[in-house]
Write a protein of this length. Structure first.
Length: 162
């Protein structure tokens, strides 16, 4: 799968989501779950801001920096971390996001719960969670050892019948 994803020498957001989910469930990172290295979310403020910025920009839908900032601010409010700042889109290299997710995986479980809640608030800030936003949140949650089910939109319609 790595070779297929790397074949065109660029990693799209969709490919990043797939790679992250596979890596954290089947790859070497799957063996690293569980170790608490950080007790307080404040220790990972830069990582939280980076991931939340990616989520905010992913949901912007071409609405510009104002839409992303509003979404980011909602997540920041949930965390009660006023010093967090929205990163510009050019600072959102997916390799940096992967490294941030790896560090966030070492956060204490109750802190992870609060961080995931903030990420979810960021994604749903505009009241319209697009499939890509949901799947990106799902990949992030997977890396934090807090798995989420796939979006209903990607399920086989036969599974949705009564």
């Amino acid at each position: 799968m790595r070779k297929v994803l790397a074949a065109d020498e660029r990693l799209t957001l969709s490919e990043f989501v797939l790679e992250t989910i596979l890596e954290w469930n089947l790859g070497p990172k799957a063996q690293r779950h569980g170790g608490v290295r950080f007790r307080e979310r404040a220790e990972l403020a830069a990582e939280i801001a980076l991931v939340m910025s990616l989520l905010a920009h992913a949901g912007g839908g071409g609405g510009g920096a104002g839409v992303a900032k509003t979404a980011f601010d909602k997540g920041r409010d949930v965390l009660a971390m006023p010093a967090l700042a929205l990163a510009a889109t050019d600072a959102l290299q997916l390799s940096r996001v992967s490294a941030a997710l790896e560090r966030l995986g070492g956060l204490a479980p109750l802190e992870k719960e609060r961080v995931i809640a903030a990420f979810a608030a960021t994604v749903e800030a505009d009241g319209n969670v697009k499939l890509m936003e949901h799947e990106l949140l799902r990949a992030v949650a997977c890396a934090l050892d807090c798995p989420m089910p796939p979006a209903v939109a990607v399920l086989d319609p036969r599974l949705l019948r009564k």
